[in-house]
Design a protein around this ligand. Structure first.
Ligand SMILES: *[C@@H]1O[C@H](CO)[C@@H](O)[C@H](O)[C@H]1NC(C)=O
Ligand SMILES: [Cu+2]
Length: 241
């Protein structure tokens, strides 16, 4: 006869495991690129992994700097891409190299919002989703979309450790590293004016703990196994009472 306390222990352990598995199914990866104003642009980019398959939800919040007066072509707006390398010393945007392009699409083929996305450079975000509009006050409406090419792993495909570059008629106007929230540059962000800052930091903390655990998906089989263990434990406990 198994003791009640050991059964109880099994239930508690299995519940703890299930909770952990569940949270990893919800948020796997969350990355940010923060433009801190040192190159005239204050903006936050967020990349959140999707629940299934490659791709990411991209959320862009331009707070200042993308003014129509600054734009070489105010009507066209500003292009922006994910470049392969991080930003160099002293905010050197040239150090970021070329576009993230694991498919070797190249720059001669221009992607538009109508091009099938699997034909585009992974990093050509403004090609696939449109330029950032130039405005009178340099602040733009929040931009959100899903990009199915973005990946959080793979030596050639990952967006981890890359950078975002904002262009003004081709010139590299400002750049920022893509990093885990709370690491290095991302910390300088002042979220004080952001009403969703609390929810955001909770999400960031979650993502951090997930990436600390490797940031990988845990299969549904494992979640199901954990649930089965919980169920067995509960039934065992009930029958022992
Ligand atoms: C995006 O901006 C670039 C540079 O200003 C411009 O050449 C291009 O035509 C713009 N794209 C669209 C779709 O307006
Ligand atoms: Cu670029």
């Amino acid at each position: 006869m198994v003791s009640k306390s050991s059964l109880l222990l099994t239930v508690v352990a299995a519940l703890a495991y299930t909770t952990q598995v569940h949270s990893q199914l919800v948020v796997s990866q969350f990355l940010v690129a923060h433009f801190d104003g040192s190159q005239g642009v204050v903006a936050d980019f967020q990349f959140s992994s999707l629940q299934s398959g490659p791709g990411a939800q991209v959320d862009i919040d331009v707070k200042s700097g993308l003014n129509a007066q600054v734009a070489v072509y105010p009507k066209a707006g500003f292009e922006y891409h994910i470049h392969v390398n991080p930003v160099g010393p002293n905010h050197d945007c040239m150090a970021t190299g070329g576009h993230l392009d694991p498919l070797n699409v190249g720059t001669t083929f221009k992607c538009t919002t109508k091009t099938p996305a699997d034909k585009c450079q992974e990093g050509d975000l403004s090609g696939k989703h449109g330029n950032i509009t130039a405005t009178a006050d340099g602040k733009s409406k929040k931009i959100s979309y899903i990009d199915h090419q973005l990946q959080f792993s793979g030596a050639t495909t990952t967006i981890v450790g890359r950078s975002v570059v904002i262009h003004n008629n081709g010139a590299r106007m400002a750049c920022a590293d893509i990093v885990s929230p709370g690491s290095g540059d991302a910390d300088k962000s002042s979220d004080g004016d952001n009403p969703s800052a609390t929810a955001e930091s909770a999400q960031k903390a979650q993502a951090q703990s997930n990436s600390a655990q490797g940031g990988r998906w845990i299969g549904r089989e494992k979640a199901t196994t954990a649930l089965a263990v919980v169920a067995t434990g509960v039934m065992g406990l009930l029958s022992a009472l």
